[in-house]
Structure formats: structure tokens, C-alpha cells
Design a protein around this ligand. Structure first.
Ligand code: ADP
Ligand code: MG
Ligand code: MG
Length: 885
């Protein structure tokens, strides 16, 4: 058996080999091939990493030989040699997954240095300070990444040295200082590992490769993959790149730039750099970097070359790029490019602008924006008219605003977050080890670091507000507080941040509803041109209906009437209606409710004039409108113990008996929905009358209204025929009484497996179907949502027994099968059957795609999710274009 090809030179790869070479490697190869200045190097494939794990964490057969071969080639191309005391070859060993996981895995720079080669490096560059700076960095990174020694141990030595020498920044230390630091580093390594620091470059190389493979499975990498839904079995590639040096003096430097602003999408080069610095320094927030525009003054020729390269890369990849570069004595080197992470706002603007620039098509623009990400823009934001007292100002690193309790460490943030507290993570800077805290926090505030710092990049990726580099706040982790001037803010105090302005404010701030930007509207218009699926909203009030219309809803897919029963002024009447012992008593209460319900329907139908409104008749069991049984029992006991009024006790005891007899238990598969309609037809009759009287009135006033009367929980066509007859009779009566003609339809929810199974028969009566996928999921899977999510669902998804929570992402395999069948059977009976979905799934992108695939007419979701559904529906069409249905 011949072994696989595990190692590729840069000129042997291409951008489309991402799966094999990882994102970083594939792009390094691509850039090499289009002639950009990339230092020579090679890539060890993701396959090698997967085989490494399969072999029980051992290098697979052939990997070492192949690597050594490519090292030879590298030595020839660069004219340098590993371990050569005169012209030593130095490399970086970098991780690079298929899907980029910024900062999640490890990189070692300056590999190849030892006590001998460091002298060679000093001699051939004529710069001792530089050579020893490289060496101390190497030992520190190697110690941390490869040998697993806590990096604080090294940092402490460095801090002491700076204090000792009375300097602030590490670039102020001398060669002699570094030599002393290195001696101490070596001692640490000896002490921690029991062995001296390895001097052989080849040994260093293989140890580093091993460590990069290993870093695929660090805790933080696993958490990151979980948050971003990246599969665990992709593995990482390893990039071995000959070193270029940004730390050779003031004509050298290193930086990161985005070809457009990743926060707003504005078309300006956006980035930061540090002179006389290496690699990690920029993102690590060690010194606060300079804005890229400054480079134009400091090194105009390099700046020009760099901007040209940026434009070229953007055109080549047809997307916004995130580029790492290093300048070595005035020469530009490109070390990485990738499609840049961006906020939702930026994603939309960039996509729409690129269509305008002729770079991409409208279809591509639509697929460039992740629908789930739009949530960020549909959130409430700080009221711009409010008078805010700004406490401090930092960099506007990730837009949106957040309020929460100040927390200084990630573990506590996670703990409080899980308890449902809103917290803001406040740190000097964040590192990949803080990731779980960022996940749990509403937003992040740091006192150090720039717009490309770890906190900023991660927060933007997650759509969380972030303010960075806010150096006015002085954090003291020891006393758990920060100061702004004389003001002290303690852990647990509430503050707010605005990631669009960089403002930090005390307390909570007033928020307002979101509005759609003009680019956002344009993108959604394009989506509307493309999609087949209709998009409706679920709304119970005229206000919600109006909001839904504003966001582009083409109707109401679900109006629930039970909320209307809950209002303070109505509940007593509803309770009277429920507790009535005679029909007359019940009719009396119902006639009081009628005008109120009529008002409700009048408002919603009017707000949605010209568009269909699907109104569901009463659905939940009646006990939901009555006082809680346990509370009643407690009250009665109290009354008895305190010798309370005998009459009152008696009345309460009677009420308790009735409540107990009506109580249903989760998932409430009992006396509710159409079953109530059948046992108490007068309730549904009242609701139908309220709908039709409102309709007649509006038609008479000149509005076009399209009511759809929906019967819930049907399992049998006879339920529907019984209730449809009732509804139709009332409609005829109202037409007769008012002399107004109007249109309406009667249909049903499909939310019980039996209804889906018998959809063909049910369609004989139903003029429309609407999938109630929450109940359909509960009844098909046989567990209640509350129990599942509260008790075991996360074990299921963690163990991958179920890929996703089926209450969030529609279970295509099971529930979806029932839906598909119901669609087919229903349309066989009634070809023009209108079919929609009204569960929460109607606003979840993957579920929307499924609804498109099985040919529903529309999805319906909460008003704020309507834009998401519009975009997702268009994406579903584009992605499934070639597949026949
Ligand atoms: P990450 O994925 O965390 O960005 P990288 O592998 O890109 O890690 O490397 C970290 C830093 O080191 C980056 O700033 C990168 O530009 C720099 N770097 C990597 N390889 C080299 C090299 N051969 N010469 C100079 N700098 C390098
Ligand atoms: Mg990088
Ligand atoms: Mg239901």
C-alpha cells in the first residue's frame, strides 16, 4: 500500500484545496501561484491530522520522511539550512483548519533557533538585540504550545525584567536583557519538564507539528467549534513557513488589515500595524497598534504596494479579505489571507456594494449573508435621543448595545450566564481561554487591544457588542473593580456598552426598536424577487401586525386568540364563562366577551388589509385561565388556620375542585383545541361571530379583508366537518344580519401525527393546512418540549444522538416525513390547497429551506424574524435550484 501524499509545497496547492490543505494553507498556495510575495513553505494536510488521531496520536506512516524531503526543498529555495550556524533556516509552524478558527489553535514562530544559530542570526543580520528577541519569543512559544508550560510563568520573568530596567514596552529591552531572560526561561523549562530546552531544529519541528495536531482538541477549540457548528472530525493542517521578520528595527513591522471595514462594511482599508514587532504582538494587545493609514506616512512605497495587493486579493477572491502582513526592512510579505469575519451589518453592506461594483451577482449577494446573523440587526438598540452619561470611550469594535452586570472572569460570566443573569465581561484583554465567558456574556469590554484584538474578532463573529482598548478604565482584578477617574465600579454593578460608538455608560440605558438600513431593504427586495415561499408573521395584536407588515410580512400565519382572553379586564369574564354550570350562564359571559373579541379582530384585520389573516380558534385547555391549584390550596389552608370567613373558604374550595377537574398535564394532550369546540360549541360560535362581524364591518367601511378561520388540534375529518358547519352557519347569519357579503376560508392546523397521516381525508373539508410544528414535534417524538429542553436535550445533542434540538431546527427525518406526506396527500385531494407552517421553525433558516423543498406556500414566524425568513427562503431557492423537487 502506497502512503498518501501528506505534504505539499506552496506551489503544489490551490485555493480550492481547502479541505485538504486547510484554509490558511490553500490560500498561501494560491497567493504563491498568483505571484504575491509569500515566504516559501509547505503544508501538511488535514488528512495527516485525521490519520494522526486514528493512529492514537501518532504520526502516520510516511509523514516524517515526506516532511524531511520538503525541508530539503525549502533549504534549497531559501539558501538557508536548519541548524546552520552561519545562515540558519527559521520557520513558523502554524495551524490551519478547513474553516478558520481564529486564535483557537497554536502557532510557533522562529523555530530553528538554538544557542548556536542565534549567534549566526545575530552575525548575519548584524543585530544581536533582534536575534535574541527572536530566541526568547521562540522559547516562550515553544514552552507554552509544545511543552504545555503555563505562559504566565514566562510573562512574569519578562515583567520583572521590564520593571528592573524601568521600561514600559518589551521593544525597549536590549540584547543583554534578552540573554538574561532566556537563561531564566531555560531554567523554567528544565524545572517543568525535567529536560533542557531541545537544541536540534528537526526535533523542534516534529514536536511543534505534534503540538499543532494536538491543539485541534484543546478545550477552547472544542468550545469554538460547538458555538460555530464546525464538525469535530475535520482536523487541522500544519503550515511550515520560512520566517520573515517584522522585528528588525523601525523599517520593519507587522500588521493585519481588512479590505473593508468589518464592522460597518464601509469600503475603506481597515487595519492596524506595529513597527518593530513580530506576529502575535498586534492581536495580543501588547502595545496599542497604529491605524493602517499611518503607514502611508511612515512607509509610502510599502503602503502603496500593500493597498494594491489588497485590491488584487479582493478581486481575486471576490470577497472582503482579512490579510496578515509583515514588513522586513522595507520589504512587504503577505502571510495570510482569508474571507474576513464581519458583522451582519457589514455582511449586508459589502454584499450589496459588491453587486454594485459588478464583482458578484445578486444571487451570490443573497447567499453571502447568513440569515441567522441578521438577528443582530433586528435587536433593540440604544435610543439615540436619550441623554446618556458617557463614562468612558473605547474603540467601537462590534456594534450593538448591551447592558449587564460587570464580571471580570470568564468562569464567573459563564456561571452567572447559565443562571440567567445578564453579564458584561470586562477584561484588560481576552485570550482564547475566555471564550466560554464571551459566549455567556451580553457583550465584552476590554481596556487594551485594538479593533483586531482577540476580543473584537471573536465578538464580531458571535454578533456580540464589544468595546475594546478603553484605556480610561483601570481594571484591578485583585479587588474586582475598575476605576474611571475617581469613580469605582465593582463586580456586579450594571453598566452598558455601545459597540457602534465605543461608549461605556453607567447603569441600564433606554433602548428602541430596530429599523432596516437601505442596503438591508435592497437585499431583501432581491430576496423577494427570487423566493417562491411566501412569508407571513405570527401576531396577536394590531401593533405586532403592523410591525410584521413593516418587516415585509405578506399576511398573518397565526393569530392566537387565547392571549386576548388573558387581559386584566377580561379574565374575570372568561373565568365566569368557564365555571358556568348552565348554558345560560355561559352564554351570558360569552355575550360580554363577544364585542371585545370583535374589537381585537377588527384591529388586526384592518392592520393587515389586503392580506390574509389566519385566526386560530381557542386552543389551550381551560385551566390556563383559572388560578393556580396549588396557590388556591395554600390560600384555603391559610384562611382556615386564621379562622377566615366560612363563606369565602367554601367558595374557594369549590373553585379548587373545578380547577382540579379542568387541569391538564404537560404536554396537555387532553381537553383542548377543537375538542373544546366540540364539547362547548358556543365558545367557538362566539369567536366565529366576532371574526365575521369585524369582517362585515370592515368590508362595509371599504377595506379588503381576508380572514382564514383555523381549527386547532384536529385528528379526524369529522371534527372538522362538525366545526366547519358551525362556522359556516354563523358566517351566513352574519351576512344575513348585516347585509354585507364577504369571503373567508376554513382550514386546520396539522399538528398531530394522525392528522398528517389522514391529510388526504382532512383536505376534503380543509381549505388550508398550517403545520403546527411545535406540537407536531412533541407528539411525533413523544416528549414535551419543557421536559426535553429542561432535562435531557443537551445530552442528546452533545452526544450527537440528535444532531440538533428538534424544537429549534425542524426534524426533517421524522416530523419532516409526516409533513411531506401530508402535503402530498392533501394536494391529491385538493390541488390548490394552501399550506403553511406557523411553528417557531418558520423563522429558522434550515427549517425554512425544508419548507421550500416540500413545496409549502408560506412560512410564518414572529415579526422580528420575518426578514430572516425572507432571506432564508431566497437562499433555499438558490441552493436548491438544480435539484428537482
Ligand atoms: P493565527 O491563526 O492565530 O492568526 P498564524 O499562524 O496566522 O496564527 O500566526 C500568528 C502570527 O504569526 C500572525 O501574525 C502571522 O502573521 C505571524 N507569522 C506566521 N508565520 C510567520 C512567518 N513565517 N514569518 C513571520 N510572521 C509569521
Ligand atoms: Mg493568522
Ligand atoms: Mg398546537
Amino acid at each position: 500500500m502506497s502512503t498518501a501524499k501528506y505534504v505539499y509545497l506552496f506551489n503544489e496547492g490551490r485555493a480550492d484545496m481547502k479541505n485538504l490543505l486547510g484554509g490558511k494553507g490553500a490560500n498561501l498556495a494560491e497567493m504563491t501561484n498568483i505571484g504575491l510575495p509569500v515566504p516559501p513553505g509547505f503544508i501538511i494536510t488535514t488528512e495527516a491530522c485525521i490519520d494522526f488521531y486514528n493512529a492514537g496520536k501518532q504520526f502516520p506512516q510516511g509523514l516524517e520522511e515526506q516532511t524531511l524531503e520538503k525541508v530539503k526543498v525549502l533549504e534549497e529555495t531559501t539558501g538557508k539550512k536548519f541548524g546552520d550556524p552561519k545562515t540558519p533556516l527559521l520557520v513558523s509552524v502554524r495551524s490551519g483548519a478547513v474553516i478558520s478558527m481564529p486564535g483557537m489553535m497554536d502557532t510557533v514562530l522562529n523555530l530553528g533557533l538554538n544557542d548556536e544559530t542565534v549567534e549566526g542570526l545575530a552575525a548575519c543580520t548584524g543585530n544581536r538585540r533582534f536575534a535574541y528577541d527572536c530566541y526568547r519569543r521562540f522559547i516562550q512559544m515553544f514552552g507554552d504550545v509544545v511543552l504545555g508550560i503555563d505562559h504566565h510563568k514566562f510573562e512574569a520573568v519578562l515583567e520583572d525584567k521590564k520593571v528592573d530596567r524601568g521600561v514600559r514596552f518589551d521593544n525597549q529591552l536590549t540584547a543583554e536583557d534578552w540573554e538574561e531572560v532566556i537563561e531564566k526561561y531555560k531554567k523554567i523549562i528544565n524545572k517543568e519538564t525535567g529536560k533542557p530546552f531541545p537544541q536540534d531544529p528537526i526535533e523542534q519541528l516534529f514536536k511543534a507539528i505534534f503540538a499543532v495536531f494536538n491543539s485541534w482538541n484543546t478545550e477552547r477549540a472544542i468550545v469554538y467549534r460547538k458555538v460555530h457548528k464546525i464538525p469535530d472530525d475535520l482536523g487541522t493542517a500544519v503550515n511550515v513557513v520560512s520566517m520573515v521578520f517584522g522585528n528588525m528595527g523601525d523599517d520593519s513591522g507587522t500588521g493585519v488589515a481588512f479590505t473593508r471595514n468589518p464592522s460597518t462594511g464601509e469600503k475603506v482599508l481597515y487595519g492596524e500595524y506595529l513597527t518593530n514587532a513580530q506576529g502575535e504582538d498586534v492581536v495580543a494587545g501588547i502595545r496599542t497598534p497604529q491605524p493602517i493609514a499611518k503607514l502611508e506616512q511612515e512607509m509610502p512605497a510599502v503602503y502603496r504596494q500593500f493597498t494594491e495587493t489588497c485590491q488584487l486579493l479582493e478581486k481575486h477572491y471576490r470577497d472582503m479579505q482579512d490579510i496578515e502582513f509583515t514588513i522586513e526592512r522595507g520589504k512587504l510579505w503577505i502571510l495570510q489571507t482569508r474571507n474576513g469575519k464581519r458583522t451582519a451589518q457589514a455582511a449586508i453592506k459589502i454584499a450589496v456594494d459588491m453587486v454594485g461594483e459588478g464583482l458578484i451577482t445578486k444571487e451570490e449577494a443573497i447567499t453571502r449573508v447568513e440569515p441567522g446573523q441578521l438577528n443582530q440587526l433586528l435587536h433593540r438598540r440604544i435610543d439615540p435621543d436619550s441623554q446618556l452619561e458617557v463614562l468612558a470611550k473605547g474603540l467601537p469594535a462590534s456594534p450593538g448595545s448591551a447592558s449587564g452586570k460587570v464580571v471580570f472572569d470568564a468562569d464567573l460570566a459563564e456561571k452567572l450566564g447559565q443562571e440567567g443573569e445578564k453579564v458584561l465581561l470586562v477584561r484588560m484583554e481576552t485570550t482564547p481561554d475566555d471564550i466560554h465567558g464571551i459566549v455567556a456574556a451580553q457583550g465584552v469590554l476590554t481596556s487594551r487591544g485594538g479593533m483586531t484584538s482577540h476580543a473584537a474578532v471573536v465578538a464580531r463573529g458571535m454578533g456580540k457588542p464589544c468595546v475594546c482598548g478603553c484605556d480610561e478604565i483601570k481594571i484591578d482584578y485583585g479587588t474586582k473593580q475598575f476605576k474611571v477617574g475617581d469613580l469605582v465600579i465593582k463586580e456586579g454593578d450594571t453598566i452598558s456598552i455601545d459597540g457602534s460608538t465605543g461608549h461605556v455608560m453607567l447603569g441600564e440605558v433606554p433602548m428602541i426598536d430596530p429599523e432596516l438600513s437601505s442596503e438591508f431593504r435592497k437585499l431583501l427586495e432581491w430576496a423577494d424577487e427570487i423566493r417562491d415561499l411566501g412569508v407571513r408573521a405570527n401576531a396577536d395584536t394590531p401593533e405586532d401586525a403592523a410591525k410584521a407588515r413593516e418587516f415585509g410580512a405578506e399576511g398573518i400565519g397565526l393569530t392566537r386568540t387565547e392571549h386576548m382572553f388573558m387581559a386584566q379586564d377580561r379574565l374575570p369574564i372568561v373565568q365566569k364563562m368557564i365555571l358556568a354550570t348552565t348554558l345560560e350562564e355561559r352564554q351570558e359571559a360569552l355575550s360580554q366577551l363577544l364585542p371585545m373579541q370583535q374589537d381585537d379582530f377588527y384591529g388586526i384585520l384592518k392592520a393587515m388589509q389586503g392580506l390574509p389573516v389566519c385566526i386560530r380558534l381557542l386552543d389551550p385547555p381551560l385551566h390556563e385561565f383559572l388560578p393556580n391549584a396549588e396557590e388556591l390550596a395554600v390560600e384555603i389552608t391559610k384562611l382556615k388556620l386564621t379562622n377566615g370567613d366560612a363563606e369565602e373558604i367554601k367558595a374557594k374550595e369549590k373553585l379548587l375542585r373545578q380547577v382540579r377537574s379542568l387541569t391538564e398535564f404537560n404536554p396537555m394532550l387532553g381537553h383542548r383545541g377543537c375538542r373544546l369546540g366540540i364539547t362547548y360549541p358556543e365558545i367557538y360560535a362566539m369567536q366565529a361571530r366576532a371574526i365575521f362581524q369585524a369582517t362585515a364591518q370592515l368590508v362595509w367601511e371599504g377595506y379588503e379583508v381576508i380572514p382564514e378561520v383555523e381549527i386547532p388540534l384536529v385528528i379526524e375529518v369529522k371534527e372538522l366537518s362538525f366545526l366547519k358547519e358551525l362556522v359556516t352557519k354563523i358566517a351566513e347569519e352574519v351576512k344575513e344580519e348585516t347585509g354585507v357579503q364577504f369571503r373567508y376560508t376554513v382550514g386546520t392546523m396539522i399538528e398531530m401525527p394522525r392528522a398528517a397521516l389522514l391529510a388526504g381525508e382532512i383536505a376534503e373539508q380543509a381549505e388550508f393546512f398550517s403545520f403546527g410544528t411545535n406540537d407536531l414535534t412533541q407528539t411525533t417524538l413523544g416528549f414535551s418540549r419543557d421536559d426535553a429542553e429542561g432535562k435531557f436535550m443537551h445530552h442528546y445533542t452533545e452526544r450527537k444522538i440528535l444532531k440538533e434540538n428538534p424544537f429549534v431546527v425542524l426534524d426533517r427525518k421524522g416530523v419532516g416525513k409526516l409533513m411531506k406526506m401530508a402535503v402530498e396527500e392533501g394536494r391529491k385531494t385538493r390541488p390548490d390547497l394552501l399550506i403553511g407552517i406557523c411553528g417557531e421553525h418558520g423563522g429558522e433558516p434550515s427549517s425554512v429551506e425544508f419548507c421550500h423543498i416540500i413545496g409549502l406556500n408560506y412560512v410564518s414566524c414572529s415579526p422580528y424574524r420575518v426578514p430572516i425568513a425572507r432571506l432564508a427562503a431566497a437562499q433555499a431557492k438558490i441552493i436548491n435550484k438544480d435539484q428537482s423537487k
